[in-house]
Design a protein around this ligand. Structure first.
Ligand code: URA
Length: 208
């Protein structure tokens, strides 16, 4: 499974700012979206283009455009919404497919409570958004859903990943590409990433 830990001084700087204990909701939100934009740039580097000839200001000119159906962005509720604007800054015509899952406290299995995919999933590249790749349970279930809907090209964008989650993903879906701003040390005993960012959903939404 290709894991791209995207190396850039701006990424290291912005992740560092997000780790502070006193980061405000406003700042955390801004940084999550800025990092999502930078990850999107990397995750779309290999998209195919096709050429056409158009009338330019000084006559005919050959230009390129992205080939194929529009990308679909897949925020995992709720924290994934905190990266969506950053992605749409670069891909404003992307379609949005939303996935909501909760964990059944008895079985510990993810249960679907909201799923709304866009059309023609089999022809699109999906960019899954979730700030934290922790245990990987929700992510694996989201990829299962995307594959059930026919989607074959799936990439995931995360701000911070834990080695445990990456290992689980590799086992379940080795064909999925991962783009991440930081790979941290480990999970604690309640599934939080260390040193991590804390509860990213709470920080994005200002809840506690
Ligand atoms: N979800 C979070 O918001 N933070 C973590 O560290 C793990 C999962």
């Amino acid at each position: 499974m290709p894991v791209h830990c995207v190396e850039h001084p701006l990424i290291r700087h912005k992740i560092g700012l997000m780790r502070g204990h006193d980061v405000t909701t406003k700042k955390f939100r801004e940084l999550a979206n800025e990092l999502a934009t930078l990850l999107t740039y990397e995750a779309t580097k290999d998209l195919e283009t096709e050429t056409s000839t158009i009338q330019g200001w000084a006559g005919e000119v050959v230009v390129e455009k992205i080939k194929g159906k529009k990308i679909t962005v897949v925020p995992i509720l709720r924290a994934g919404l905190g990266m969506m604007d950053g992605v749409l800054n670069l891909i404003p015509s992307a379609k949005v497919s939303v996935v909501g899952l909760y964990r059944n406290e008895e079985t510990l299995e993810p249960v679907r409570y909201y799923v709304k995919m866009t059309s023609n999933m089999e022809e699109r590249i999906a960019l899954i958004l979730d700030p934290m790749l922790a245990t990987g349970g929700t992510l694996v279930a989201t990829i299962d859903l995307l594959k059930e809907s026919g989607c074959q090209q799936i990439r995931g964008l995360f701000l911070v990943a834990a080695p445990e989650g990456l290992k689980r993903l590799e086992k379940a879906h080795p064909d999925v590409d991962v783009y991440v701003a930081a790979i941290d040390e480990r999970l604690n005993d309640i599934g939080y990433i260390l040193p991590g960012l804390g509860d990213a959903g709470d920080k994005i939404f200002g809840t506690k």
